[in-house]
Design a protein around this ligand. Structure first.
Ligand code: MG
Length: 159
């Protein structure tokens, strides 16, 4: 069995808005996240973790931010592309673990919906997807409420 581990990291800055999209779920907030696409920092980190496990670059290489067609794009497209690449290379995702780092909004009440949404996009059982959160104890840019960071790990297996 070929087992591959990938990691992903992403950051998006807060800006004007009334919600943030995290792991495919719209969460009410008094700000939005700035980005070329929907700025779904959690889904971007997860997508990069899958590309990383496959050693196939990163999200910016597959979907260049200077191309207008990805403006305001739903990040499902990126995650689906990574999944198709994995399938094409003979791999399936065994499990993924995502950590969102922010002071606000509170993630806990939405974590189950995020797991369900990601599992749906990826065609996996929800028990293989983890979404959890932490603060940075009011330190650094996440602590000052300037943006949200996300970490992700994905394990891919091929028989
Ligand atoms: Mg991003």
């Amino acid at each position: 069995m070929d087992i591959r581990l990938g990691n992903g990291f992403d950051v998006h800055r807060f800006g004007p808005g009334n919600h943030v999209t995290l792991c495919g779920v719209d969460v009410d907030h008094d700000q939005g996240l700035l980005g070329h696409s929907d700025a779904d920092v959690g889904m971007h980190a997860l997508t990069d973790a899958i590309y990383g496990a496959l050693a196939r670059g990163d999200i910016g290489q597959h979907f260049p931010p200077d191309q207008a067609q990805w403006k305001d794009a739903s990040s499902d497209i990126f995650l689906q592309h990574a999944m198709e690449l994995a399938t094409g290379m003979g791999f399936s995702v065994n499990n993924a673990d995502i950590t969102l780092i922010c002071e606000q909004p509170k993630i806990g009440p939405h974590a189950q919906a995020m797991r369900a949404r990601l599992a749906d996009i990826m065609g996996l059982d929800r028990d293989r997807i983890s979404v959890k959160a932490t603060t940075s104890e009011k330190l650094g840019f996440t602590g000052r409420g300037e943006g949200i960071a996300a970490l992700a790990t994905a394990t891919l297996v091929a028989p």
